[in-house]
Structures are given as C-alpha cells and as structure tokens.
Design a protein around this ligand. Sequence first.
Ligand code: ACO
Length: 428
Amino acid sequence: MTETAKLIIGEKTLEMPIVVGSEGERGIDISKLRQETGAITLDPGYGNTGSCQSAITYIDGDKGILRYRGIPIEEFDHRKHPNFIEVMWLLIFGRLPSEQELAEMRDALTGQAHLHEAMKHHFEGYPVNAPPMAIMSAMLNTLGCFHPEIIDPKDEVQFKAAIANLVSKIRTIAAFTYRRVRGLPYIYADPKRRYCANLLHMMFSMPHEEYHVDDEIEDALNLIFILHADHEQNCSTSTVRMVGSSQANLFASCAAGVCALWGPLHGGANVEVLEMLERIKAGGLSAEQYVEMAKQKDARLMGFGHRVYKNYDPRAKVLKGVCDRVLPKLNVKDPLIDIARRLEELALKDSYFIDRKLYPNVDFYSGIILRAMGIPTDMFTVMFAIGRLPGWIAHWWEQRQDKSSRIARPRQIYTGPVGKHYVPMSKR
Ligand code: ACO
C-alpha cells in the first residue's frame, strides 16, 4: 500500500502519495496541490524540492555517501582502472561498457578531437583576458552550429555520435582556450594518447618540445574528472535539465550548464580557494590567524562546508589521498600548498568547524592538486566542466527518455505592488 501524507489547509485536507526511491528516500508528490487547494510550496534554493526521479547518482550527505549507478565513488580510486571514459559510459548508459563498447567509444573520441577549422576564427575574436568559461560556453553553442545532424539526437546511434563529439571536443576547446589567452600556437590531439594525457599534451606541448606527461599526473587528472562527473541535481545539472526541458538541444543545454558552473558558489569555488590562499600569503597572515578570522565571521574558509554533505565529502576523502600520494612525488615547493595543508590541519580539529560539520570539500583538494599539476587558476573551472560533462549529458538524455517529463516552470509568490495604474509621462 502506498504511504501517504496529509496536508490540512483551512477546511481542506489533501492526501498525497509518498514516492519512495530505491535507497528509501521519501518524496511527497505534491503535483495535485495547486489544483486542489490553490496553494503552492515555497522553497527558495530548492533544498526540500525534488525536481525529478533519476537513476543516475545517489547522495546521502549526512552519511557522506556518493554512488554512480549504485557503485560507491571510492571504488573508482583504482589507478588507471576504471578511467574517466568508462565512468562516462556508466553514467550515461547505466552500466559499465564491454571491452568492445569502450574501444568503439575511444575510437570515436579520437576521431572527433579536431575542431572545424572555421571555429579557430572564433577563438581569435576574444580578447586575451576573456574568462575561459565564457569562451567555453560560447564555443559549445558554436560547436552545435557545425554539427546540426547530432545536436538533437533522436536515437542511440546519433546520441553516441553526439557524446563523442561533445566529450572529445570540449577537451580541444579547453586546450585552445588556454593557448589562445596566452598567445601560444594551437597543438592538436595525438591519437596515441589517452583522454587525460592528450588534454595535458594539447595544453602544454610546444611545437619544438613535447610535454612529458607524468603517469602520476595523468592518473590524478583522471580521478579528478571521475570524481566531478556527476553530483545529481546540483546547480549546473539542474540548469541543463531546466534548459533541456524546453526541448532545447543537447549542445545548448550543456552550454547553459557551463554558465551555471562558472559561479563562485558552484564550480568557481576551487578558484576561490586559491585566491584565499593568495590573500593569506600576500597579507602576511598565518593559517592560525585566518582560521580565527573565519570563526569570527570576518572571513570564510573557502573549500570547507557543503550544502549537502554534513559529513566528510567522499570525493574530498579520495582527493586527499591523491594529494598525500602525488604532492611529495611531484616535489612541488609551493608556499600556498603549505598554507592549505596547515589550514586543513587546524580546521579539522577545531570545534567551530566540527560542531557545524564543516569538512573540506572537493574544491579544497582539487584546487591544490590542479595547481601542483601546473594548471593555472583561471582554468580550474574549465577542468571541472570537462569532468562534469558526462553527468550533464546523462541527465539530458534521461530527461528526454522520460515520457512524463514536462517543461520546467516553477511558480512564485508575488510580493510586488498591487492596484497600480499607468501614469502618463506628463503627469509623473
Ligand atoms: N567558513 C567558515 N564558516 C562557515 C563556512 C566556511 N567555509 N561554511 C559555513 N560556515 C558557517 C556559517 O557561518 C554558519 O555559521 P553559524 O551557524 O554560526 O551562523 C554555519 O557554518 C552554517 O553555514 P551555512 O552558510 O548555513 O551553510 P550552507 O549549507 O548554506 O552553505 C556553503 C554551504 C555555501 C558551501 C558554505 O559552507 C560555504 O560558503 N563554503 C565555502 C565555499 C565553498 O567551499 N563552496 C564549495 C561548495 S562545493 C561545490 O559547490 C562543488
């Protein structure tokens, strides 16, 4: 028997079914609420609102659990196995790929790494100080103009072509953006390299000198992408779904996701971490002084706390392991990384942070690792976007397959003026 919830509004009692998810999460189905009572729910920030049913990712923020298609995130911390492309397949198609499927997808990605030559003109049109996320969003939309045959895939063959196109070309767009703002010549993908190694090659090789991709760095980047690949209905994924719900095409929906990710409270947070570290260093502050300022609310300890995780962010746990493993090997001497380690040490044992359940989040460690890899701060959010693209694609496709999906159109409670009239200009 379906469990129900009762809502009493004035004289009226409304009985609503409770939908139970596969992990026992309960959601009250309020779809008849307005029709039956005239009232709506009010939930700024949607902290209590489920926008859809989804089979892709499960999070339990109180317990610090994150699973992709039922598989705990920690199980992806196997160096080289699995890799980002395998996880992408898992998220989008709901199961791990066979060897043949993975090989076919790899070939398709290799075959799609180039951009139409005409797209290069678009890069030239940006000022050298253009924000990389602005370029990336615009370029994803531009890409759609060059591939009208797959922007709105109708079947699985078209959809796989669209995936290969987007996932391969977002990497090229990212690398070209990096090179454009630095005035460096564009470097094309090397068909012999894997996904992450190729990105580093396209970013850092020079025509006269090939960049040596260290195995540790390639593995760490692979893991960073995997850990960022999906996070259920976060701001950018909800944006992709919102835009996609109007039947907007896949490329446009993902371009909108990039814009949402750009904000400092979302994907921009790892940039904020680095900027905080730079402020601490430039101001001659100690980590102790900064933690004290955060406790007095005179500053915020960026990279700590999370809206959903009131426990250790499981992705941060994995990345902390990468930090501990990779940083000593890279032998990076960086005062900012020293400050970060000290902040982490202090906050983890301070009752202010413990009592409020403020743990390091994924951005705290990803910022440190990306910096140690030589990725500049202005490219951090771009790296996040590459990692998150499989999640956006998976949600866009899931929504398209869902026959009950409707255009997203929230309501509001109007608080503006009432009973006003237009006043002609001569009487104002
Ligand atoms: N430093 C110091 N104090 C903090 C921090 C922090 N980073 N985060 C929260 N607090 C304090 C608040 O001041 C508040 O204290 P109070 O109870 O004395 O008033 C308490 O902890 C609860 O904080 P809220 O703001 O209510 O937490 P909320 O869930 O709304 O915010 C957020 C979460 C935005 C992530 C917040 O913790 C924050 O600003 N962190 C720093 C920015 C950051 O790292 N963002 C990345 C998030 S991960 C992601 O988007 C991929």
